[in-house]
Design a binder for this molecule. Structure first.
Ligand SMILES: Cc1cc2nc3c(=O)[nH]c(=O)nc-3n(C[C@H](O)[C@H](O)[C@H](O)COP(=O)(O)OP(=O)(O)OC[C@H]3O[C@@H](n4cnc5c(N)ncnc54)[C@H](O)[C@@H]3O)c2cc1C
Length: 403
């Protein structure tokens, strides 16, 4: 009697994923359900919590998250963030920004989303924390991988889901400088005491070339998130040196009005500083041999480009194509490349506005931004604005992938 085999079963496939934030666990979740044996290596010592609130928009995000079985939990743990306001130096609101404009259909903390996917996969996926890939050697049998700490291993495929400054991309595709386009701004974020007593609302204050935003996303009476954005030439600094990054921010925001002095004071104590360039990743190809790039590693945009949604859709498509091709990675990678590239580029285009939105270069531009958003935030136009961002978020036709 012949045994009936499932053509989409991936149990013969071993996959190493680098990065356990959003793209990595999303791919692990999709692949593990198809039977693949997945290992996720993450440089941090444990799953990283916190981070910014990230949002989902439109039917494509929703149907992918539903197919992954996590829509309801995301919904249950959403922030319920309300309106935000652009304010004057004395805190008087100048423009009201509706929630659907800033926070999409559903918004959740990046750390909570990572946690949801990690919990769903931790029993079927091998997670290795506190380690990193040091070399990749493509052999005819598989990919030989060495690690900073662990013993060398062989995998059928390696996926770089390790962010804007991807280690996998550097090892397999070459130096970051070939792929990273700087967008004239830096962004920083960290938690501060909720000294304004905000309740699921936020404030943005801009001076030419710099902005401070404070938001309370989850109703926590004690805690708020601060976001600093400044316009700059490209800086050289050590990405591991937090003290140096704090100094850059102290210098750039010195003398700024509104709540900036209080925020800078809190920065001195912050132990969760995120600091990076607003930049985009543009690679010629998303795959090379047995290696694929996913999420920010392949098409990141720092902020304002729905990067989380793109990473989730990318993970779903990559896993789905591998299943349809029965694990034939040549076929699957080619399909992934074709299906994701334009979609990701469309979302990247929107993100180009993030820096100038927060920190217009002149007082005149600040005024014209305010005028424009005053018009856009009126009810009918807010709906139109939402449709505009949704257009990029839904500009992909998903195939019917095996469950
Ligand atoms: C200020 C700000 C606001 C944002 N707002 C939104 C939003 O509203 N909506 C939205 O959709 N997106 C938003 N984003 C973007 C979103 O955070 C990213 O697009 C999304 O997290 C992409 O996830 P990723 O898993 O590809 O990369 P990342 O989240 O960057 O994760 C990469 C992971 O790889 C790990 N790693 C790094 N190097 C190594 C290594 N050598 N070995 C192993 N692991 C490694 C890192 O520790 C990390 O866990 C925002 C981003 C910023 C900065």
């Amino acid at each position: 009697m012949t045994q009936k085999t499932n053509a989409h079963d991936l149990s013969h496939l071993t996959v190493l994923v680098s990065g356990a934030s959003i793209a990595g666990p999303a791919l692990a979740l999709n692949l593990a359900r198809l039977g693949a044996r997945v290992t996720v290596v993450e440089k941090a010592a444990e799953l990283r919590g916190g981070g910014f609130a990230v949002d989902f928009r439109g039917h494509v995000h929703r149907s992918v998250l539903t197919a992954m079985g996590i829509w309801d939990e995301i919904h249950a743990r959403q922030t319920h963030m309300g309106r935000q306001a652009v304010v004057d130096a004395d805190g008087t609101p100048r423009v009201d920004l509706p929630a659907e404009m800033m926070s999409g259909d559903v918004e959740i903390f990046r750390g909570d989303l990572a946690q949801i996917m990690y919990e769903r996969t931790k029993d079927s996926v091998e997670y290795v924390f506190g380690d990193s890939i040091t070399s990749l050697t493509d052999t005819s049998q598989g990919m030989d991988v060495t690690f900073e700490r662990g013993a060398p291993r062989r995998f059928d495929l390696v996926v770089g889901a390790d962010g804007l400054h991807s280690n996998t991309r550097r090892l397999a595709f070459g130096d970051e400088s070939r792929y990273l386009r700087f967008f004239d701004h830096y962004v920083a974020g960290f938690d501060i005491p909720n000294h304004l007593g905000l309740d699921r609302t936020g404030r943005v204050y801009s001076e030419p070339g710099r902005a401070v935003a404070i938001g309370n996303y989850d109703g926590d009476p004690e805690r708020a998130g601060a976001l600093l954005v400044f316009r700059s030439e490209q800086l050289t600094y050590d990405r591991r040196n937090v003290t140096a990054q704090k100094q850059i921010l102290m210098d750039r925001f010195a003398g700024m009005g509104w709540e900036a002095p209080t925020v800078l004071k809190a920065l001195e104590q912050a132990d969760d500083l995120y600091f990076d360039a607003i930049a985009q990743i543009h690679v010629d190809r998303l795959t090379k041999g047995r290696v694929a790039l996913l999420g920010d590693a392949g098409y990141g945009a720092t902020m304002g480009g729905m990067g989380t949604g793109v990473a989730i859709v990318g993970a779903y498509v990559l896993a789905g194509e591998l299943a349809l091709a029965g694990g034939d990675f040549g076929t699957a990678f080619a399909e992934y490349e074709t299906r994701i590239r334009d979609f990701a580029k469309g979302c990247q285009k929107i993100s180009g506005n993030a820096g100038p939105f927060f920190a217009p270069p002149t007082e005149r531009r600040i005024r014209s931004r305010d005028r424009m958003y005053r018009v856009l935030s009126s009810r009918p136009l807010a709906r139109f604005f939402k449709k505009l961002t949704e257009k990029a978020a839904t500009d992909i036709k998903l195939r019917d992938y095996p469950a």
